[in-house]
Design a protein around this ligand. Sequence first.
Ligand code: ADP
Length: 211
Amino acid sequence: MNIILLGAPGSGKGTLSEFLCEKKAFTQLSTGDLFRDNILNKTELGLKAKEFINKGKLVPDSITNSMVEKYLKGKKKDLIFDGFPRTDDQALALDKMLEKLDEKIDKVIYLDIDESTLMGRLTGRMICQICKRSYHRITRKPLKEGICDFDSGTLIVRPDDKEDKIKIRLEAYHNQTAPLIKFYKDKIIKINADNCSPEELYIRVEKVLGF
Ligand code: ADP
């Protein structure tokens, strides 16, 4: 089963992916993580993407689509698309890529969340540089400050998790990504992601997917 996770920045897509990968052996494709790895390794793609990401803007479709196409070679089953597609153009490109692999999107999980929750979640977020798990300085603290519980990786604050950049990301979400809810109307499952822990959210998703 291939699933897209759709939702605003901070709605819980990344953490839900972690759970689905750990408990149900999905493979996560997070375009945000791929971009950040490229930035860390100073690749040509990373250099191009960095100027958009650090401003809170979407990376252009041509760059994003070709990165995903490359990633999909050899990986084609039980995928979770986290943060991709984010535009109409990307959604159409994904359909074509999957068709070539004789695959398709089965379900689109839309994490519906009250926007007032998002700013607090994102400004407090820290992520592990190695495994990408996310923590929060108040609600999901690591056992040891600044260190990932799972692999002892260093926790970092993303440069785009600053209030001014978050506002731009939310705008991009509303203008470019939210219209995909209509695009996927036949496959979408709306989940209320308000006031629930990552564990509770996972249980809600597990139920609707019939696991
Ligand atoms: P979030 O969901 O919290 O915004 P991500 O890690 O998914 O975080 O994305 C971080 C940034 O990476 C985005 O703000 C954007 O600049 C870039 N990015 C990620 N996925 C895409 C995509 N599909 N298309 C364009 N840019 C993307």
